[in-house]
Design a protein around this ligand. Structure first.
Ligand code: DX5
Ligand code: ZN
Length: 218
């Protein structure tokens, strides 16, 4: 059985019927729901906040994977935990104390993730691996769906896979941005085990086929 998990990004869903879209991807075999939170300040786009996460929570049993693209992030961690996030990920650039932010997420009883922008080096999380449940490698500059995959990030994924193995910690390695049927195999070969996909799932005519294809099981 494949260990690859697929996390469709709600950003590419039909916003006029989000509950239905979430139920549809769950029925189609999605593993996690990826929720992109954008503030128009940390990234040049605005999406949605904890109110929407809370509204969707009763519609799904999938883990809610909340990707915070907001700065500061610390004042909102509790709100997203209460709204029903299972995993809360943030960028090191979102605040001065990444270690403290990860401690806060864990203290809220949620899994903690660190997101690396394309230009952010792997060293920025080298000393917080003991507090990290998930590492997210951005394979586009964050802010928008539908961008082209940056293959320069494959080497970073491979480096992080080695770091995770050496650390002995159980840490998921996720990739986000431009993941398609064409780029997913390279991500998996480099060592990623969770694939975020917006356009490649919600833009496909058959969600189940798209998810199975990304997982490599089509
Ligand atoms: C980009 C977001 C992504 C985005 C992915 O800032 O973090 O999750 O929704 O969209 P696609 O898969 O279309 O590149
Ligand atoms: Zn994302």
């Amino acid at each position: 059985m494949s260990a690859i998990r697929i996390a469709p990004s709600l950003l590419a869903a039909d916003f006029t019927r989000l509950g239905e879209e979430v139920r549809a991807i769950e029925a189609a075999g999605a593993d996690w729901l990826h929720l992109d939170i954008m503030d128009g300040h940390f990234v040049p786009n605005i999406s949605f906040g904890p109110g929407l996460v809370k509204a969707l929570r009763p519609h799904s049993r999938m883990p809610f994977d909340v990707h915070l693209m907001i700065a500061p992030a610390d004042p909102y961690l509790a709100a997203f935990a209460e709204a029903g996030a299972d995993i809360i990920s943030l960028h090191p650039e979102a605040g001065p104390h990444l270690h403290r932010s990860l401690q806060t997420i864990r203290a809220l009883g949620r899994k903690a993730g660190v997101v690396l922008n394309p230009a952010t080096p792997v060293e920025s999380l080298a000393h917080v691996l003991d507090l990290t449940d998930l590492i997210l490698v951005m394979s586009v500059n964050p802010g928008f769906g539908g961008q082209s995959f940056l293959s320069s990030q494959l080497e970073k994924i491979a480096t992080l896979r080695r770091m995770i193995t050496q650390s002995g910690h159980e840490i998921a390695l996720q990739v986000d941005g431009g993941v398609t049927l064409k780029t997913a195999p390279d991500c998996i070969a480099a060592g990623a085990d969770v694939l975020v996909a917006g356009t490649a799932v919600f833009g496909a005519p058959d969600y189940a086929a798209a998810i199975a294809g990304l997982r490599g099981g089509a």
